[in-house]
Design a protein around this ligand. Structure first.
Ligand SMILES: [Ca+2]
Ligand SMILES: [Ca+2]
Ligand SMILES: [Ca+2]
Ligand SMILES: [Ca+2]
Length: 304
């Protein structure tokens, strides 16, 4: 195997010139040229924009091997999610790695897989020739790179490959709302106790806080039911906002069916069960039922 980065020489020598041996000769050079090599993507620090990939990218007919050992792609994350990166169609050992770039510009490995494909001579089919990295929690706040590397390039381990980026993106339109803590919502106007629909908590959006404001006309006995798409992935807590502004926990779980809410302010928190670490992600709704109105508060109030 000869590389364009080296210089090669050959010599032709008569083996019996001393005895008067002499011969004319011709020389032919042939073999297989590795024309698919591309070294423009070998260094992650100097990638041009055409080497950027993202959710939904499908690259076909790439190649790594002798003379082109590695290919880097910059993986741009526009939506936080649990991503999957797949390399397929391998005919030689290859390693797929996803890296995160740290503040110093160095790469730290998120996850990698080495694939050793097998060729079945009877069927003429390659098996075990796909490498999958699933459930990669990738954030819009970080920079990532994907590397495909020919493991045995120096021994002619050349392979074409396809590369896909998929998975589940977490793109609920409310994920960016500033409602991840009581502090973020306590000075908002608040709302009457009412159904919440089409919401989500999980990686990138660990909690949703709602300020509930009850007046004499809406003071009542209420039921709250948290309906999560994924069981046990979220929990609900209801607090009374005390006169000094501090929260007093009233109920927690997924169902409070008998809660008296006198006139006043309340906080309702829906939180990912692992605080947004990435294993507990779920869409949810909260169904609020007014069981019956309460009589208007007397002069002393009912908040004590
Ligand atoms: Ca390549
Ligand atoms: Ca390359
Ligand atoms: Ca949310
Ligand atoms: Ca939130």
């Amino acid at each position: 195997m000869l590389s364009t980065s080296s210089r090669y020489y050959f010599s032709v020598q008569s083996s019996n010139a001393r005895q008067g041996g002499a011969t004319n000769y011709d020389i032919y050079v042939d073999g297989t040229l590795y024309t698919q090599g591309n070294n423009a993507d070998d260094n992650y620090l100097t990638l041009t924009p055409e080497y950027t990939i993202g959710y939904g990218t499908e690259i076909e007919n790439e190649w790594v091997g002798f003379g082109d050992v590695v290919d880097y792609r910059k993986l741009t994350i526009t939506e936080t999610g649990a991503y999957g990166v797949t390399v397929a169609g391998l005919t030689a050992s290859a390693k797929l790695t996803v890296y995160e770039m740290n503040a110093k510009g160095k790469l730290t490995r998120v996850k990698s897989v080495t694939v050793n494909p097998k060729y079945d001579r009877k069927t003429g089919v390659w098996t075990k020739n796909v490498g999958d990295l699933e459930g990669l929690l990738l954030s819009t706040n970080a920079t990532y790179f994907v590397k495909v590397e020919a493991v045995n390039a120096q021994k002619g381990g050349n392979t074409g490959y396809d590369l896909d980026v998929g998975g589940t993106i977490f793109n609920n339109p409310n994920n960016a709302l500033l409602n991840n803590s009581w502090d973020e919502v306590k000075n908002t106007n608040g709302q009457l106790p009412a159904d919440i629909a089409g919401e989500w908590v999980g990686y990138g959006d660990p909690a949703d806080w709602f300020k509930l404001v009850v007046d004499d006309a809406t003071a009542g006995n209420y039921g709250f039911e948290l309906a999560a798409d994924t069981a046990k992935a979220a929990k609900m807590t209801l607090y009374l906002v005390q006169d000094n502004g501090k929260l007093k926990r009233m109920a927690g779980g997924t169902l409070f069916d008998n809660i008296d809410l006198a006139a006043g302010s309340y906080a309702l928190a829906i939180e990912s069960a692992d605080k947004g670490k990435g294993k507990k992600n779920t869409g949810y709704a909260v169904d609020v039922t007014l069981n019956r109105l309460l009589p208007p508060a007397d002069a002393e109030g009912q908040l004590a």
